[in-house]
Design a protein around this ligand. Structure first.
Ligand code: GLV
Ligand code: MN
Ligand code: MN
Length: 413
């Protein structure tokens, strides 16, 4: 068969995604497969067994990244890579990440059954802990692999129960023997749901992001003075939670204040001792700032820092502010982005040149090799929620685009 007419099997992709969605399924129709949890392990094991079925050579590195390699005609040529993540948010959806691992798997199954040989090897990857929800930061294992983050620092990151990432990797049996160290890559494609409303709004089938916004994460710790809520007058209190409340609203207001195209969010908070009749004496909360303009994001943080300090001083609640993570905005490789748009066109799908507001491992891959992404619509623009949804037809279309992008890159000499 002429490669041009090659198509993936939508029904098989659907059943693969449905099998994966059973692992960590939540009552609300989503999945909870936190990084390095038992559910993550179960899904990894299944993925590895599927890779072996199509004769991929499987390796696991010391960050738990799983690579499945399909040899090319010339294995001295740099490989084409494609992948995403198997882990999910707490009460997350059935498509975020997993579509970008099962999509390339479906591509390799298609090549396998049609006996298609490519010039270059093709490697599928599942990156460990993309979400950063259990262990901050996000995209940590692709960050280590790309040389942007330190392996030992990553191992030491703890979850809310004090469990270390390195120990949890070992516990689930995915601390592999191979160094988490980049090799030369010819092209990297990451296939993902959009996670926003643009494709649906514009009535387009395929998104080709020109890149990803910068991501800046901060952790804020406030100290207050605990006391019995009944006898303690309102006057003179040092209530850490009230300080946090004022600060959180400043975060919500900062994009408008900066008059720019940016977003800022507080998504996580811990209040101590968290008892209704004790004035809170400790609060931890997170700040997430994203923009295409890295300087603007930094100016927003400068403005917040000043506001936070003023609030903390006025309320007598000492503050500690830590920068946890910073990834610069990632402008993708123009040739590959064009290839995504052209492949969509050749397949008869409409497309949109856009921007990714969500973070992806593609951000770190973009620092070391030509990178692009393929998006498909998220129904209602909802993601990181149990109702996250994408039609099976759209999943199939996106995977066909991925197939043809991979074929073109993998046949370049
Ligand atoms: C990753 O899911 C992110 O955008 O935070
Ligand atoms: Mn994702
Ligand atoms: Mn996500």
């Amino acid at each position: 068969m002429d490669n041009k007419n090659l198509r993936i099997k939508g029904a098989r992709l659907k059943s693969t995604l449905e099998d994966m969605a059973k692992i960590g399924a939540t009552p609300g129709g989503g999945v909870q497969r936190l990084a390095l949890s038992d559910e993550d392990k179960e899904a990894r094991d299944l993925f590895v067994s599927w890779l072996k079925e199509i004769d991929c050579e499987v390796t696991v590195d010391e960050m738990g990244n799983i690579f499945g390699k399909r040899p090319g005609k010339n294995n001295d040529l740099e490989p084409v890579m494609s992948g995403s993540h198997i882990d999910s948010q707490p009460k997350g959806g059935r498509f975020d990440g997993i579509l970008g691992v099962m999509g390339p798997l479906e591509v390799l199954r298609t090549l396998h059954e049609n006996n298609v040989k490519t010039e270059r090897p093709i490697i599928i990857v599942d990156w460990t802990n993309e979400e950063g929800s259990r262990f901050a930061p996000a995209m940590i294992a692709s960050g280590v692999w790309a040389g942007a983050l330190e392996r030992d620092w990553a191992y030491e990151r703890t979850d809310i129960n004090g469990k270390k990432q390195g120990e949890e990797l070992e516990r689930i049996g995915y601390k592999g023997p191979v160094p988490a160290k980049q090799w030369p890559v010819h092209a990297y494609y990451e296939y993902h749901i959009e996670q926003g409303p643009m494709l649906e709004k514009e009535g387009k089938e395929i998104g080709a992001p020109k890149g990803i916004l910068c991501l800046h994460w901060y952790d804020i710790y406030l100290e207050g003075e605990a006391n019995q809520v009944g006898p303690t007058p309102m006057e003179g209190r040092h209530d850490a939670l009230c300080s946090a409340a004022e600060m959180i609203l400043k975060v919500n207001e900062v994009p408008e204040k900066m008059k720019g195209n940016m977003v800022a969010t507080v998504g996580e908070i811990q209040n101590y001792p968290n008892s209704r009749n004790i004035i809170p004496d400790g609060v931890h909360f997170t700040v997430d700032i994203r923009s295409w303009d890295d300087d603007q994001a930094l100016r927003a943080w400068d403005s917040l820092k000043a506001d936070f300090q003023e609030i903390a001083d006025r309320r007598g609640t000492p503050i500690r502010m830590e920068e946890t993570w910073r990834v610069e905005h990632a402008p993708f490789n123009e040739k590959l982005v064009k290839r995504v748009l052209e492949s969509a066109d050749e397949l008869g799908y409409s497309s949109l040149h856009m921007v990714s507001g969500a973070g992806h491992d593609a951000s770190y891959m973009n620092q070391i090799c030509p990178t692009a992404m393929i998006f498909v619509p998220s129904i209602g623009g909802r993601s990181h929620v149990e109702v996250e949804n994408t039609t099976w037809e759209d999943c199939e279309k996106g995977t066909n685009v991925l197939l043809h992008c991979i074929l073109k890159s993998a046949n370049e000499r």
